[in-house]
Design a protein around this ligand. Sequence first.
Ligand SMILES: [Zn+2]
Length: 297
Amino acid sequence: METLNKCPVCNHDRLKAYLSCTDYTVSRETFKVVQCGSCGFRFTNPRPEENEIGKYYRSEEYISHSDTSKGFVNKLYLMVRNYTISKKVKLINRLTGNPQPAANNLLDIGCGTGEFLNACKENGWNVTGIEPSEVARKNAEQKYNIIPLSPEKLFEISEKKFNVITLWHVLEHVHRLDTTIDRINKILSDEGVLIIAVPNCGSRDAKKYESHWAAWDLPRHLYHFTKKDIEALFKKFGFKLSEVLPMKFDSFYVSLLSEKYKTGKSNLISGFWNGLISNSSAKENGYSSQIYILKKS
Ligand SMILES: [Zn+2]
C-alpha cells in the first residue's frame, strides 16, 4: 500500500478522515477516503500501489473490460453504453466542427475493448487508443481491428498530435496523475479539446448512499472529483473548464448498484427513484457523473 502525505490537487499536507468503504465487487476489504483540509479534495488513502492494484480488478462483475451480459444491471449497462456512445460521438463532432475538421486525430485513454473508438472511426476520425489491460487490447483488435497501445506508449507520442483526447471514467483510476495530465497537455494541439468524464462525489446520490455509494468503487477509484476539483487540478496545467455536461444514465446505474450494496439485494424501484431524484436536484449538486470539456487557456 502507498500513503499520500499531500493533497494531489493543492499539495497541502493537512488531511482528515472522510469515510471508510467496503470493496463490494472484488476483495471485500475496507478502504479509506481522506479529505484535504485546504481545498476539500477527496481521495483514496492509503491506496494499493500501481503494481499491486491489478488484483482488485479481477471480478466477473467488473464489466468495463469485457462484455458479459449476465444479470439485469449488466444488460442495462450494455444497452445504455450503446446509446451513450452515439451521444459521445455527436458531442465530439459538435465541439470540433466535424464532419470534416482540418486535423482529425483522436486519442481515447483507457479505451477498453474499443467500442467508442470504433464509432469514432466510422465517423471519419483517425483513432488511437491506450489501454492497460492486455485482454481488452486483444478484444479491440479482434472485434474492430483497432490495436490499442499500452500505457507507457503515451510518452512516445509526438507533441500536439491530437485535436481530441478523451478519458471516459478513467482519470479516477490513474496513479501518476500529474505526469499523465502533463503528458496530455503536450500531445494535445493548441486548439484541442480534452474531454474528461468522472463520477461526482458531490452529487445527490453520493450524499444519499454515503459509504454505500457505488461510485466510490474503492480501491479502484483513487480520486473522487467534484467540478471544483477538476477546475483546480487542470488549472495547474494551463487548462480552463469550458463546459460541464450531464451523464444522466449514470445516476440510475449508480443508484441501482448502491441500493444493492446497501441492502444486499437489487431494488429496481428504489434505485430508479433515487436516480430520478439525483438528476432532478442536479442544479444544486451536479449530476452523478459529469463530462468536463477542457481547453488550453
Ligand atoms: Zn487540497
